[in-house]
Design a protein around this ligand. Structure first.
Ligand SMILES: *Cc1c(COP(=O)(O)O)cnc(C)c1O
Length: 361
C-alpha cells in the first residue's frame, strides 16, 4: 500500500493497514462462498459461524470465561446510554453515575429519561482533569448499578483503579479503550463499546454481559432493546450489522497476530509515555490532566499561544498528520493513539511538534 497519512482521529478512527488489506482481498468472496459477507443471509452457517468466532475470540483476548456473553448491537454507545437503564433500573431502583467527562454526562442525562439517576461524584469542578476517589463516592442504597466511563475520549481521562470491592453490578462505557491494555473486565457486569474507536468500524456496539446480571426491563422497552432477547437469539433478533462484525473479527485477528492485549498494552504504554513526556518537556504544549489518570488513548493538549493553533493544524495536515483538532466542546488539540497507531506514528507526530515549536517561536 502507498504511504498513507496518519489518522489521529478520535473516531471513526484509524484501522490497521493489515486489516484494510485483508478487507480489500477478501471482500468479494467471503469464506469461499463466492459472495461477499454483506450478501449472505444472517441465517447462513458462515455468518452464524462468524458471529460465534468473533464472540469467542473477543472473550479469549479479554480473558473472559463462559460466564460472559458478547452481544453485537446496533445504535452505537449512545443507544447503550438508554438501553442500560431500560434493562437494569428495576422498579424503584436508581442508576448511580460517576461523572468524569462529556460521555459520562451524556449517560446520566439519558438515564433520567427512564428513571432516577444519582450522581455519586463528579470531577466537573476540575474541568474533568481528575477522577474522584472511590472513598468520596456516595452510592445510594436504592442503586441498581454503578455506571462509569472508563476512558473519557474528549477530556482524555482514564480509569486505572479497581472496583473489586463494590457489591453492586458495575456498568462501564469502554468505547475508546477496550483492548488497549489488560483490564479487569471481570469486575464489570456489563461493558459496552462502540466499535469505531479501537475495535473496527461504526455500525456495531460490543456489549459484554455477565450471566449473573439481573435483567428487569421496563414494559415499554422495545423487544429489540431487551438484552435477554438479544442473548437468546445470539444478536440475531433481526438483520444484524454483519459487515461491521466482520471488520471487528479482522481487527481481533490482527490483535491476536500482533501478540494479543499484553502486546497492545506494552506498545500503548510506550506511545503514551513518549507523547506526554514530549508535551511536558515543551514550553509550547500543555496537557491539563492529573498524571495518574492521563488517558493512553486520547491525549488532549493546548498551545500556550492559542493564536497559533490554526497554523499548527494546517502544517500538520500538510505533512499528513490528520484530525488533530480537539473536540469542539473543549478546543485545543487531541491526538488519539488507538491500537492502529504505531510507535513510529507517534514519533512522527512528536518530531513535527518539536519542529513547529522551534520554528514558530
Ligand atoms: C464515541 C463515544 C461514544 C458515542 O459513540 P456512538 O457510537 O457515536 O454512539 C460514547 N462513549 C464514549 C466513551 C465514546 O468515546
Amino acid at each position: 500500500m502507498m504511504s498513507r497519512p496518519i489518522n489521529f482521529c478520535s473516531g471513526p478512527a484509524a484501522l490497521p493497514s493489515a486489516v484494510l488489506q485483508r478487507m480489500h482481498a477478501e471482500l468479494p468472496d467471503f469464506a469461499d462462498s463466492g459472495l461477499s459477507v454483506m450478501e449472505h443471509s444472517h441465517r447462513d452457517r458462515r455468518i452464524v459461524g462468524l458471529f460465534e468466532e468473533t464472540e469467542s475470540l473477543l472473550k479469549s483476548l479479554l480473558g473472559l470465561g463462559a460466564d460472559y456473553r458478547v452481544l453485537f448491537l446496533p445504535g452505537g454507545a449512545t443507544l447503550q446510554f438508554a438501553q442500560v437503564p431500560m434493562n437494569l433500573l428495576g422498579a424503584g431502583g436508581c442508576g448511580a453515575y460517576l461523572t468524569t467527562g462529556a460521555w459520562s454526562e451524556k449517560a446520566i442525562q439519558e438515564c433520567r429519561r427512564y428513571g432516577e439517576a444519582v450522581e455519586i461524584a463528579s470531577s466537573q469542578a476540575s474541568q474533568y482533569t481528575m477522577i474522584p476517589e472511590k472513598s468520596a463516592w456516595h452510592i445510594p442504597d436504592a442503586a441498581s448499578y454503578v455506571h462509569l466511563c472508563t476512558n473519557e475520549t474528549i477530556h482524555g481521562v482514564e480509569w486505572f483503579g479497581s472496583l473489586s470491592d463494590l457489591e453492586l453490578p458495575v456498568v462501564a462505557d469502554m468505547s475508546s479503550h477496550l483492548l488497549s491494555r489488560e483490564m479487569p473486565v471481570h469486575e464489570f457486569s456489563l461493558v459496552y463499546a462502540g466499535a469505531q474507536k479501537n475495535l473496527g468500524t461504526a455500525g456495531v456496539t460490543v456489549v459484554l454481559i455477565r450471566d449473573d446480571l439481573e435483567m428487569t426491563p421496563q414494559p415499554s422497552t422495545p423487544s429489540l432493546m431487551q438484552y435477554a432477547n438479544q442473548m437468546a437469539s445470539d444478536s440475531m433478533m433481526n438483520t444484524p450489522p454483519v459487515f461491521p462484525v466482520w471488520v471487528l473479527k479482522l481487527v481481533l485477528d490482527w490483535v491476536l497476530e500482533s501478540g494479543g492485549v499484553s502486546a497492545m498494552e506494552a506498545r500503548n504504554r510506550r506511545k503514551a509515555e513518549l507523547l506526554y513526556t514530549a508535551i511536558d518537556q515543551s514550553a509550547l504544549y500543555q496537557n491539563p490532566v492529573a498524571s495518574a489518570v492521563r488517558s493512553w488513548m486520547n491525549v488532549p493538549f493546548v498551545l500556550h499561544d492559542e493564536s497559533r493553533e490554526g497554523v499548527f493544524l494546517k502544517q500538520a495536515e500538510d505533512q499528513g498528520l490528520l484530525n488533530l483538532k480537539g473536540h469542539r466542546s473543549v478546543g485545543g488539540m487531541r491526538a488519539s493513539l488507538y491500537n492502529a497507531i504505531s510507535e513510529d506514528d507517534v514519533q512522527t507526530l512528536i518530531d513535527f511538534m518539536r519542529e513547529f515549536e522551534r520554528t514558530s517561536a
